[in-house]
Structure formats: structure tokens, C-alpha cells
Design a protein around this ligand. Structure first.
Ligand code: ADP
Ligand code: MG
Length: 255
């Protein structure tokens, strides 16, 4: 089933186009990577999908229905965003438990069940229940990004947009966060649109990859096909700029 479809979408800022003629699809349970160098329009597309920016041309559809105007609360719960920097995306003054609890209550979880649900959410992102009593300053970057993911999961979304979700984190915790997203897909069926300039992320995580250059899609396809047989010179330049996993592990991923 197709969750999200962008058809011939263009958008920009102050009359200047940042992206144009964007055709993009995310199916239920799929992980799609959006890749391209800085300024190529990745975040702009993420903002369109999240509903933060309206396209000037083209159509955005969700579950087969064109989205126009203000989004319903149900839809805002169904599409969640995880940002690059968890320090900026979490309120420094509030405990993790109070943030998660408020969201859970807003989605209809009875007050008496909230504490258990908070524990479930934290466990889902491999954090201990003690974290509920913590404020952001007491947590590491990796723990904070897990909290941000738990917050996104509180509304049981069908799609999470993750904009460079590991690039503000220590290299040592990046892989664990990627594993977490992979687990969410396999255990909850959550689809992911992951925005990255890191082809390692693409290779480890995504089913399909969309390559952007200067606001346009220059290549799109199944991840192993694109990584192994990149047609566009720009994609090949991106590939050459990044150390690849050894051939053997690439073969294992493809089978
Ligand atoms: P990426 O995420 O791939 O680095 P962006 O989507 O952030 O790229 O940016 C795409 C283009 O839009 C760039 O040329 C950028 O300068 C421009 N842009 C992004 N955000 C704004 C903004 N708030 N105001 C004006 N121009 C912007
Ligand atoms: Mg960006």
C-alpha cells in the first residue's frame, strides 16, 4: 500500500525555487532514503511531507487522498518528525516523562495507564524507565535522540521523517540509532523517510534511495541497484566520496 506520494512537486522560499518536479513515493513498511549534498533540497522535501511547507506546484497525497489546506490532528499524529539535533528539539526544562505523558494523554491514553505506556515507549527505544525522571541536560546525545524517537512513536505514526538523525551524534552511537530505526520497521511496520548525506546510512537502512541534486531528482531506485549500478555521474561522485562497506557485506544485504 502506498502511504505517501509526491507528484510533480515544486516549492521554495521567498519566491525562489528550492525543489522542482519531485516525484516520490513511500509504501507502508518501507524505508526510503533521500540523499544529496548540502543545499540539494532534502530538508525542504522533508518539510513538505511533514506539512511545515506548502508546495507551490504539484500534489501531495496520503493514503491515496490529496492533501490540501490544514492537516487534521489524526494526520499530524500519523506523520512524525525526528530532527538532526536532539538538544534543540527537546525542551530543556521538562522531564522526559512529563513530555511523553502529555503526548500520551493527548492521544487518549487513560491517566492510570500513562506511566506504563511511558515505560513501554522508553523500552521500545532501549532506554531504562529511570530516564522518565531525567531532563535533557542529564542525558547523552544518543540517549536524547532515543527520547526524540520515543516522542515521535507516542502517537503511533505510520511514517517517521528523520532528517539527518545521526549526524549530530558521536560516531560510536550512530549505528545503534540506525539499528533502532530498522527495528521499528520490522517490529511496528513504521515507514521511514530518512534524509541523509551519508551513503553508509543509505546502505544500512534503506530499501529505496532517491538522489537529489540542486533541487531535482537525478536518480531513484532500489538501494542495491542504485549503489551498485549508479547511472548518474552525480550519484557516482557521491559514492566515490564515501568509504563503502566491503563487497561481501553488500552481497549479503542484497540477498
Ligand atoms: P539540504 O537539506 O539538502 O541541505 P535544503 O532543503 O535545506 O537543503 O535547502 C535547499 C535550498 O533552499 C538551498 O538553496 C537553501 O539555501 C534554500 N533554503 C533552505 N531553507 C531556506 C529558508 N528558510 N529561506 C531561504 N532559503 C532556504
Ligand atoms: Mg538539510
Amino acid at each position: 500500500m502506498t502511504l505517501l506520494r509526491l507528484s510533480e512537486v515544486a516549492a521554495g522560499y521567498d519566491g525562489a525555487r528550492a525543489v522542482s518536479d519531485i516525484d516520490l513515493q513511500v509504501d507502508a513498511g518501507q524505508i526510503v532514503a533521500l540523499v544529496g549534498e548540502s543545499g540539494s533540497g532534502k530538508t525542504t522535501i522533508g518539510r513538505i511531507v511533514a506539512g511545515f511547507l506548502s508546495p507551490s506546484e504539484g500534489a501531495v497525497s496520503w493514503r491515496g487522498e490529496r492533501l490540501l489546506g490544514v492537516r487534521s490532528r489524526a494526520l499530524r499524529r500519523d506523520i512524525q518528525v525526528v530532527f538532526q539535533d536532539p538538544y534543540l528539539s527537546l525542551n530543556p526544562y521538562r522531564t522526559v516523562g512529563s513530555v511523553l505523558g502529555e503526548l500520551l494523554r493527548a492521544t487518549g491514553v487513560p491517566r492510570s495507564d500513562v506511566r506504563a505506556h511511558i515505560g513501554d515507549l522508553l523500552a521500545r527505544v532501549s532506554l531504562s524507565g529511570d530516564v522518565a525522571a531525567s531532563r535533557p541536560s542529564e542525558l547523552s546525545g544518543g540517549q536524547l535522540q532515543r527520547v526524540a524517537i520515543a516522542r515521535a512513536l507516542a502517537t503511533r505514526p505510520s511514517l517517521i521523517i528523520a532528517d539527518e538523525p545521526t549526524s549530530a551524534l558521536d560516531v560510536s552511537v550512530q549505528a545503534a540509532i540506525l539499528e533502532l530505526f530498522a527495528g521499528l520497521r520490522s517490529e511496528l511496520g513504521t515507514s521511514l523517510l530518512v534524509i541523509t548525506h551519508d551513503l553508509g546510512v543509505v546502505e544500512r537502512l534503506s530499501d529505496r534511495v532517491v538522489v537529489l541534486q540542486s533541487g531535482s531528482i537525478v536518480e531513484e531506485g532500489r538501494t542495491p541497484d542504485v549503489l551498485d549500478h549508479a547511472n548518474h555521474p552525480y550519484t557516482r561522485r557521491l559514492l566515490d566520496a564515501v568509504p563503502r562497506l566491503p563487497e561481501s557485506s553488500t552481497d549479503a544485504n542484497a540477498s
